[in-house]
Design a protein around this ligand. Structure first.
Ligand SMILES: Cc1cc2nc3c(=O)[nH]c(=O)nc-3n(C[C@H](O)[C@H](O)[C@H](O)COP(=O)(O)OP(=O)(O)OC[C@H]3O[C@@H](n4cnc5c(N)ncnc54)[C@H](O)[C@@H]3O)c2cc1C
Ligand SMILES: *[C@@H]1O[C@H](CO)[C@@H](O)[C@H](O)[C@H]1NC(C)=O
Ligand SMILES: *[C@@H]1O[C@H](CO)[C@@H](O)[C@H](O)[C@H]1NC(C)=O
Ligand SMILES: *[C@@H]1O[C@H](CO)[C@@H](O)[C@H](O)[C@H]1NC(C)=O
Ligand SMILES: *[C@@H]1O[C@H](CO)[C@@H](O)[C@H](O)[C@H]1NC(C)=O
Ligand SMILES: *[C@@H]1O[C@H](CO)[C@@H](O)[C@H](O)[C@H]1NC(C)=O
Ligand SMILES: *[C@@H]1O[C@H](CO)[C@@H](O)[C@H](O)[C@H]1NC(C)=O
Length: 508
C-alpha cells in the first residue's frame, strides 16, 4: 500500500468520526452503509442476496441477514467498519464476516437479523515475478489462485480443493498437500493487510516487521477476532507435477490400512513431499462404509516407497495420476446440500485409538440408520497425520499462534462428521456428534493419548479450538484483541465465529 492511499484512509476515518456525518439517524444500519458509500447492499428480495446465500457450502450457514454488503475494495471495507462502529443506526446491529463461506457451522460466517459483510467481490490474485509473492484477496476460492499461478509454474500452500475458501482457511491454520514440507497455509503468509476498528489508522499491514504481535495471532487465531482481512501476501513455491489420487477400499481392508497408516505417520516426517488422508465414509449411495484414501506426492514421484504399505493393499479402484496442483485440486470437493456437523481432535498414533474411532464410526452409522427416518445422510471418520514436522515448519517460518509444537510426537487428527438433510436432524445429529466426540477424547485420555490442540478449520461451533492453543497463546490473543480492537467491536458486535473473549476454559 502506497503512502498516499494510506493517508486517504486516515483522512476518511477522521472525517467519519465527526458527528455531523451521522445527522440522519432515521435510517437503518443497512441504509447507513448505502449512504456512506457502499454500492453493493442487497436485501432478501435481490437476486444477488439469494445467490450469495445459496453459495455457502453448508446448508447450516444459509442464514438470512438483514442485508448482505459486498465491499469492492479495501477502502469500502474501511467505510463499512466505520459505519458499523460509529453510526447510531448500527449501535445494536451485529455483523458477520464471510469470505469463501466454506466453514461448516451456522454462525461462523453468517448471521440472522444482522449484516453479513461478504468479501466475494474481492477475489483477485496477483503474482509479482520479482518477489515471487502471490497477493490474494480474501473472497476468492483456491481454484482461481491455482488457475492463475499454474501457468507460471508456481503454486502456494493452500486448500486441497478448488472450492475451499481463502481468508478463513488461512487464518484458521490450513492443512495442505504441502504442509509436511512447508507447514500450514498460515505459516506461508508474508503479510496480511487488515482493516481494524481502532479509531485511528484503520488499514494496517501485519508481518514480521510491522505489527508483528498482530501478525502472530492472525496465524491460526482466526482473523474475525481482530479485523477484516483485505489482502494476503503469500510466499509462492515452484510446482510442476504432483502424483497421487484417491484409492477406494472395502471395509474389510480396515486392519491392514490402519497398520499402513501407523507406519506412515511415523515415516512421513522424513519424506517432505508426502501427504495422505484416510477416510471411512458412509453414504446412502454406497449403502455401506467405504474407505477412501488420498495419497499425494508433491514432488511428482510416482508411487514412492513411503506409500509401499498402502499400495500393497488391494483396492476396489483408484484414480492415481500425475497432474499439476490446479488439475489435482479440481476433482476434490465435499457434497453440497447438507447441514454439516463437524468435530475435531488430535490424538496419539496408537492402534487402540484407531480401533476405537473406527468402531464408534460404525456404531454411529448403525444407530442413525435405525433411529432416523431419513436414509440420506453422510457420516465420515477422517484421519490426517500431524507429524512433528508441521509444528517445526511453523516455528521455522516465524511461528504461529496454534501451539502445535507442544505436541512432541507424531500424532493424528481425527475429524468426525455427519451431514443431514434438515434443521431438525441437524439438532439431533449435533448432540450425537458431541457425545461421540466426548467418547473419543475420553478413550484417548484414558491412554494418555489426547493432545491439547484442535485444528480450528475443522472444529464444530460447540468446540473451543482457541482454548486449545495453550495458556501463553491465549494471553497473546487477548492482548492483541485489547490493543488492536480497543472498543471490542469484533468481540461484541461481530458475535459469530470462534471468539477469544469466549475462550475461557481449557478443555481436558
Ligand atoms: C470443500 C472443502 C474443502 C476443505 N479443505 C480443507 C483443507 O484442505 N484444509 C483445511 O485446513 N481446511 C479445509 N476445509 C475447511 C475450511 O478451510 C475451513 O472451514 C475455513 O475456515 C473456510 O474458510 P473460508 O475462507 O471459506 O472462510 P468463511 O467460511 O467465509 O469464514 C470462516 C471464518 O473466518 C472468518 N473470516 C472469513 N473471512 C475473513 C476476513 N476477510 N477477515 C476476517 N475474518 C474472516 C469468518 O468470520 C469466519 O469466522 C475445507 C472445507 C471445505 C468445505
Ligand atoms: C433520512 O433518510 C431517510 C431514509 O433514507 C430519508 O427518507 C430522509 O429524507 C432523510 N432525512 C434527511 C434529513 O436527510
Ligand atoms: C427490496 O427491499 C428493500 C428493503 O426492504 C426495498 O428498499 C427495495 O425497494 C426492495 N426492492 C425491490 C426490487 O423490491
Ligand atoms: C470474482 O467475482 C466475480 C463476481 O462474482 C466473478 O464474476 C468472477 O468470475 C470472480 N473471479 C474470480 C477470479 O474468481
Ligand atoms: C513487485 O515487487 C517489487 C518489490 O516490492 C516492486 O518494486 C514492484 O513494483 C512489484 N511489481 C509489480 C508488478 O507490482
Ligand atoms: C457392504 O460391504 C460388504 C463387505 O464389503 C459387502 O459384502 C456388501 O455387499 C456391501 N453392501 C452394499 C450394499 O454394497
Ligand atoms: C470407485 O468405487 C466407488 C465406491 O464403490 C464408486 O462410487 C466409484 O464410482 C468408483 N470409481 C471408479 C472410477 O470406478
Amino acid at each position: 500500500m502506497s503512502a498516499s492511499v494510506y493517508l486517504v484512509f486516515l483522512g476518511l476515518s477522521v472525517a467519519l468520526t465527526q458527528a455531523q456525518n451521522w445527522q440522519n439517524s432515521s435510517v437503518t444500519c443497512c441504509e447507513a452503509l448505502e449512504q456512506y458509500g457502499l454500492q453493493h447492499v442487497y436485501y432478501s428480495n435481490d437476486t444477488v442476496y439469494q445467490e450469495r446465500t445459496e453459495s455457502y457450502w453448508s446448508v447450516s450457514s444459509k442464514l438470512h441477514p438483514r442485508c448482505i454488503v459486498q465491499p469492492e475494495s479495501t477502502y469500502n471495507v474501511v467505510q463499512a467498519v466505520n459505519t458499523l462502529a460509529k453510526h447510531p443506526a448500527c449501535t445494536k446491529t451485529e455483523f458477520a464476516i464471510r469470505s469463501g463461506g466454506q466453514m461448516a457451522w451456522a454462525y461462523s460466517n453468517n448471521i440472522i437479523n444482522g449484516i453479513t459483510i461478504d468479501l466475494g467481490l474481492m477475489n483477485s490474485t496477483t503474482f509479482n515475478e520479482t518477489t515471487e509473492i502471490t497477493s490474494i484477496q480474501p473472497g476468492a476460492l483456491w481454484g482461481s489462485v491455482y488457475e492463475k499461478l499454474q501457468p507460471l509454474g508456481y503454486t502456494v500452500v493452500g486448500g486441497r480443493s478448488h472450492t475451499a475458501g481463502i481468508a478463513g482457511y488461512i487464518t484458521g491454520g490450513g492443512n495442505s498437500f504441502f504442509s509436511n514440507q512447508y507447514g500450514f497455509a498460515t505459516d506461508n503468509v508474508k503479510n496480511f493487510e487488515i482493516v481494524l476498528a481502532s479509531g485511528r489508522s484503520e488499514v494496517v499491514n501485519a508481518n514480521l516487521l510491522e505489527n508483528s504481535d498482530l501478525f502472530l495471532v492472525l496465524k491460526g487465531g482466526v482473523a474475525s477476532n481482530y479485523g477484516i482481512i483485505t489482502r494476503i501476501d503469500m510466499y509462492s513455491i515452484k510446482s510442476e507435477q504432483l502424483w497421487g489420487g484417491v484409492a477406494v477400499y472395502e471395509k474389510a481392508a480396515t486392519s491392514q490400512l490402519i497398520d499402513a497408516h501407523i507406519t506412515w505417520v511415523d515415516e512421513v516426517g522424513q519424506y517432505p513431499p508426502g501427504s495422505t488422508v484416510m477416510a471411512f465414509k458412509y453414504s446412502k449411495d454406497w449403502g455401506n462404509i467405504t474407505i477412501v484414501n488420498f495419497y499425494q506426492d508433491t514432488s511428482g514421484a510416482v508411487e514412492p516407497p513411503v506409500f509401499r504399505n498402502f499400495l500393497a493393499i488391494p483396492e476396489k479402484n483408484n484414480t492415481f495420476t500425475t497432474g499439476d496442483m490446479n488439475t489435482v485440486s479440481t476433482g476434490i470437493g465435499l457434497p453440497l446440500g447438507y447441514y454439516n456437523i463437524w468435530f475435531v481432535t488430535t490424538v496419539r498414533n496408537d492402534r487402540r485409538i484407531y480401533d476405537k474411532v473406527v468402531e464408534l464410526h460404525k456404531r454411529l452409522v448403525d444407530e442413525w440408520m435405525v433411529e432416523s427416518e431419513d436414509p440420506d445422510f453422510l457420516a465420515e471418520l477422517n484421519i490426517q497425520a500431524i507429524p512433528t514436522t508441521f509444528g517445526k515448519n511453523g516455528l521455522a517460518n516465524g511461528g504461529n499462534i496454534m501451539g502445535l509444537e507442544r505436541i512432541k510426537e507424531n500424532a493424528i487428527m481425527v475429524l468426525f462428521t455427519m451431514a443431514v438433510k434438515t434443521a431438525e436432524l441437524e439438532t439431533i445429529a449435533t448432540e450425537k456428534i458431541k457425545a461421540y466426540g466426548q467418547e473419543i477424547e475420553d478413550f484417548a485420555a484414558s491412554l494418555d493419548g489426547l493432545f491439547e490442540w484442535k485444528h480450528l478449520n475443522y472444529a464444530g461451533g460447540f468446540q473451543d479450538p482457541l482454548a486449545s492453543y495453550g495458556a501463553a497463546n491465549i494471553a497473546k490473543m487477548r492482548a492483541a484483541s485489547a490493543k488492536y480492537d480497543p472498543y471490542g467491536l469484533f468481540q461484541t458486535k461481530s458475535s459469530p465465529g470462534f471468539k477469544i473473549s469466549k475462550a475461557w476454559c481449557c478443555p481436558n
